[in-house]
Write a protein that binds this ligand. Structure first.
Ligand code: DC
Length: 213
């Protein structure tokens, strides 16, 4: 069983994907981490994340250990990831990594949950269930802002909101695999939902798909 979960940054995909994977006993892959790992390796190599040659070479040599780097959750990684993810060579290199994970999930799991931007459209177009998780930019910026404050970091809401809008524009307007819902995806707007309500709605949809399939 393969479950694809796509959507913009901070829509609640990761939390949802992790809970669903645990509940159904499936392996979980946060595909954003792959782009973050490539982005940070490019930065550490002293190259520009928009340099297609350097970024593609690094993506082609990416190993599972690279996903354990400590600095992948920060803003530098997010910004570099958003830039390298627009490069076709990088996307091609990471495609097989993601498809291998989906068809041969680790630890004998009977399936996988992948979250990202193009899982339902490009990586796993035949997924058994596809969710497209959204929330307004304001709600997502508010969540990210609170998360930063809780981690003891300084943040300015208007700057977080602007950053969110810039990333949305880059993810949605790029030529290759832009962020867009698959035609057969279930669209879940979490703007007015807490994590438990979003989880209940997602599980309900997955159960329905299972019964009909
Ligand atoms: O989900 P995230 O914030 O960790 O993703 C980081 C960046 O990687 C984001 O700008 C979009 C890109 N990305 C992508 O293009 N395709 C994916 N499947 C996952 C992430």
């Amino acid at each position: 069983m393969i479950i694809a979960i796509d959507g913009p940054a901070a829509a609640g995909k990761g939390t949802l994907a992790r809970r669903i994977a645990e509940h159904l006993g499936l392996a979980y892959l946060d595909t954003g981490l792959l782009y973050r790992a490539v982005g940070m390796k490019v930065v550490h190599a002293g190259a520009n994340p928009e340099d297609a040659g350097a970024a593609t070479e690094i993506a082609e040599g990416l190993t599972p250990d690279d996903l354990k780097a400590p600095d992948l959750r920060g803003d530098t990684a997010a910004d570099a990831a958003s830039k390298v993810s627009a490069i076709p060579g990088v996307r091609a290199a990471l495609l097989s990594f993601q498809q291998d994970f989906a068809s041969n999930p680790p630890d004998g799991a009977k399936g996988a949950v992948l979250d990202g931007r193009d899982i339902g459209t490009v990586v796993c177009p035949d997924a058994d269930a596809k969710l497209f998780v959204t929330a307004s930019a304001e709600v997502r910026a508010e969540r990210r802002y609170k998360e930063l404050l809780e981690r003891g970091l300084e943040a300015i809401y208007t700057a977080v909101l602007q950053d969110m809008k810039d990333r949305d524009a880059r993810d949605s307007n790029r030529a290759v695999s832009p962020l867009e819902p698959a035609e057969d995806a279930y669209q879940l707007d979490t703007s007015g939902l807490d994590a438990d309500a979003a989880y209940a709605a997602a599980l309900n949809y997955i159960n329905m798909r299972n019964q009909s399939g």
